[in-house]
Design a protein around this ligand. Structure first.
Ligand SMILES: Nc1nc2c(c(=O)[nH]1)N[C@H]1C(S)=C(S)[C@@H](COP(=O)(O)OP(=O)(O)OC[C@H]3O[C@@H](n4cnc5c(=O)[nH]c(N)nc54)[C@H](O)[C@@H]3O)O[C@H]1N2
Ligand SMILES: Nc1nc2c(c(=O)[nH]1)N[C@H]1C(S)=C(S)[C@@H](COP(=O)(O)OP(=O)(O)OC[C@H]3O[C@@H](n4cnc5c(=O)[nH]c(N)nc54)[C@H](O)[C@@H]3O)O[C@H]1N2
Ligand SMILES: [Mo]
Length: 673
């Protein structure tokens, strides 16, 4: 098998896109972006396939043919014994659209398995589920990011944008320069909060009640956009009835946000016209995450925001291809273009593009955590192939996940470095990274952008597309899997045609010429859709749905034994599981820490920098204390970039999105003796 570079291989990206004029980041990168080339040619890069020696237990170099023959042979054996679903796939939101699409097709056609899901389940799934229910479609931002600059008021609900999307935070600064106001809702006063006009610090996991309380005040004050609600939505009356009982003092008891603060916030919201509500992981990564987003969407609709210029609701997407990665088939229930596997017409269409019998396609499989939880059990898969995720570090209740991975007959990991998950694998396959391959990504605005290959990959390294194709061939798949990204993209366009995320009119040429193209874009003559919902929503009758949601509270309330809320998140200098950023020497890597308020620290006899033990019902972690006045007294925070933090987190899942409750569980902290 040979690596096939994209057609414009070697052409410097600068000639393709005038970056400084690119409206999303204006050529700006964050610290991780500037240093990311550090992994190129680094000794940390994997450059040869590795196969675990059964006798010594060590990973040893193998040729690509040996490794792929072995993987295909073991897959065939496992499927003979345990059925097609004996083999599972775990994908990633960092993969290009071409890879994500090809991975979904590989699972359903070459493996015939229903068992595929991906790390986006940890990421935007709650917002995706809520957006689909309310609007009939899920697109992170239904408007360009630069619209933020023209808003009168931006509400950031659980986003630390200044650390997690620094180039995007410039738009926020300009919004304020233009006279707009910014509200940050976060249990911590983050660097994003430092740029805000108003900071609201709720108890973790109570954003839902905050939204209900605001809607209560909007209705009580007579500020509902009645004309909009009547002409563009369904379900308002039931929602209005349900929030009647959420008067400010009751909201205060749940959220810790005072009744006065809530009233002031409501006054601000109703006195401004262009209000933008943006949620991120702080509000979404909860077992009530999808209901929380529904509640904020109800508020947005009652105010008549979605579709109004420079206003509305958006979800701040996570990974590089967090948006595209969730559209084209690596989700357990999904076919390309946001089509659903259970829909006979969708199966017919996509099977037609693929050249297979629709009846041969499996049905929906398990969601990400349920899949990991089932590995190696009697009813669960016996083999797992991982593409683009470091699951032992980033999954909730990680000790359990590690146990499940250890119980597998076969673990295959495709990665660029020896991640903690790769280190557990039976077979490790070294793949190309961003600059070394061509492919498209869809950003948080629904803008499809093209990243051309700029440099040659290290010798011995192949693309994920090569791996998929090589395995499919060895598994005697009924169809072939192209390794040429542009060819795959053209096929993706046909497969997505007529779907909600319709790419049929998008080509590599157009992306280059137009600074990206926004989906839906059903034909080459269509201009693409930067702003959605201006006239209608994506439900068949064009109206949005409002939803009654109830306050359920967090899955694991605090008690005498575990009296503190533990929340987790990110810091500027590290990325996700740290697999890439910890290997870049220019980035500070101080390890995990536990942030706590001086009042709590004093009560526990802890000084800044002291080693502490934080424990939950699932595990313990030792880390230095970081004593800061910016966090709530009842809450502690740890970044999840280092192994061990997720041994503490709760695997309670949201019933609709299957999102785990990363953002809150009950914890105890003590000084180390
Ligand atoms: N530096 C850096 N940037 C990144 C990443 C990274 O790993 N490092 N990862 C990327 C990815 S994949 C994603 S998904 C995004 C995530 O981007 P963000 O969502 O901005 O990041 P987080 O730090 O996970 O969470 C944001 C904030 O939520 C707060 N929070 C915790 N619990 C609650 C709660 O119950 N309610 C509210 N309102 N807030 C709460 C935390 O204190 C935190 O400041 O970042 C992307 N950018
Ligand atoms: N406690 C806690 N846990 C969390 C979160 C949280 O806020 N708190 N956030 C969650 C969120 S939002 C996310 S998105 C996840 C992310 O967590 P992970 O899914 O673990 O994400 P990464 O660390 O980016 O892992 C990606 C892996 O893919 C490799 N890789 C990079 N490019 C490629 C490629 O092109 N092909 C292949 N095959 N591999 C590649 C990288 O080297 C790395 O090992 O973590 C989740 N976990
Ligand atoms: Mo994410």
């Amino acid at each position: 098998m040979k690596l096939q570079p994209g057609r414009a291989a070697g052409r410097p990206t600068l000639e393709v896109l005038p970056w400084a004029e690119f409206p999303v980041n204006e050529g700006g990168l964050c610290r991780k972006g500037w240093t990311s080339t550090g992994l190129r040619g680094s000794r940390e890069r994997l450059t040869t396939p590795l196969v675990r020696d059964r006798e010594t237990g060590a990973l040893a170099a193998a040729t690509w043919d040996e490794a792929l023959d072995l993987v295909a042979g073991r897959i065939a054996g496992i499927q003979d014994e345990h059925g097609k679903d004996g083999v599972a796939i775990f994908g990633g939101g960092g993969l290009t659209n071409e890879k994500a699409y090809q991975l979904g097709k590989f699972a359903r056609v070459a493996l015939g398995t229903s068992q595929i899901d991906y790390n986006g389940r940890w990421c935007m799934s709650s917002a995706a589920s809520a957006g689909t229910r309310t609007f009939g479609v899920d697109r992170g931002l239904p408007f360009p990011l630069a619209d933020v600059e023209q808003a009168d008021l931006v509400l950031l609900v659980g986003s630390n944008m200044a650390e997690t999307m620094p180039p995007a935070a410039r738009h926020l600064d300009r919004c304020r320069d233009n006279g707009g106001k910014v509200v940050v809702i976060d249990p911590r006063v983050t660097s994003t909060a430092e740029r805000a006009d108003v900071v609201v610090q709720p108890v973790p996991g109570t954003d839902l009640v905050l939204a209900l309380g605001l809607l209560h005040l909007v209705i009580a004050g007579g500020h509902v956009d009645t004309e909009y609600v009547e002409s563009r939505t369904h379900g308002f009356q039931a929602v209005a009835d349900s929030v009647a009982a959420w008067w400010p003092e009751r909201v205060e008891r749940v959220t810790g946000v005072s009744a006065d603060e809530l009233r002031a916030l409501a006054d601000l919201v109703v006195s401004t016209r262009r209000v933008m509500i943006l949620t991120a992981r702080g509000a979404e990564q909860h077992a009530t995450g999808s209901d929380t987003v529904l509640a904020w969407l109800d508020l947005a609709l009652a105010l008549g925001l979605p579709g109004r210029p420079f206003a509305g609701y958006g979800c701040l997407t996570g990974q590089g291809n967090g948006q595209g990665g969730r559209e084209h088939g690596q989700k357990n229930d999904q076919l390309p273009g946001y089509r659903m596997l259970v829909d006979p017409a969708a199966r017919e269409h996509v099977a037609g593009v693929w050249g297979v019998d629709p009846d041969s396609l499996p049905g929906p499989g398990r969601s990400a955590y349920e899949l990991l939880d089932a590995l190696g059990t009697d009813a669960g898969p016996k083999a797992l192939l991982v593409f683009g995720s470091n699951i032992v570090v980033s999954s909730p209740n990680a000790t359990h996940v590690e146990d499940r991975l250890n119980s597998l007959d076969l673990l295959v990991v495709c990665d660029i470095v020896m991640s903690e998950t790769a280190a557990m694998a039976d077979v490790v396959l070294p793949v190309t990274q961003w600059a070394e391959e061509t492919g498209t990504m869809t950003n948080l605005e629904g803008r499809v952008i093209l990243r051309r290959q700029a440099v040659a990959p290290p010798r011995g390294v192949h693309s994920d597309l090569d791996v998929i194709s090589g395995l499919a061939e060895r598994l005697k798949a009924p169809i072939t899997f192209s390794t040429d990204p542009e060819e795959v993209f053209e096929e993706l366009g046909r497969a997505s045609a007529g779907g909600k995320a319709d790419y049929a009119g998008i080509s590599y040429e157009r992306i280059d010429a137009e600074q990206g193209v926004f989906w839906p874009c059903p034909s080459p003559a269509h201009p693409g859709t930067p702003r959605m919902f201006t006239e209608r929503f994506a439900h068949p009758d064009g109206r949005a749905r409002m939803h009654v949601v109830e306050h359920r509270g967090t899955a694991e309330p605090v008690d005498a034994e575990y009296p503190l809320h533990l929340t987790t998140g990110r810091i500027l200098a590290q990325y996700q599981s740290g697999a890439q950023t910890r290997r870049i020497t220019d980035l500070p890597d101080d390890g995990a820490f536990l942030e706590m308020h001086p009042v709590l620290a004093a009560r526990l006899g802890i000084a800044d920098g002291d080693p502490v033990t934080v424990s939950t019902r699932r595990g313990r972690l030792q880390a230095p204390a970081r004593v800061v006045p910016t966090i709530r007294h009842d809450t502690v925070f740890a970044p999840f970039h280092w192994l061990g933090v997720n041994r503490l987190t709760n695997d309670a899942l949201d019933p609709a999105s299957r999102m785990p409750e990363f953002k809150v569980c009950a914890a105890a902290v003590e000084a180390q003796a």
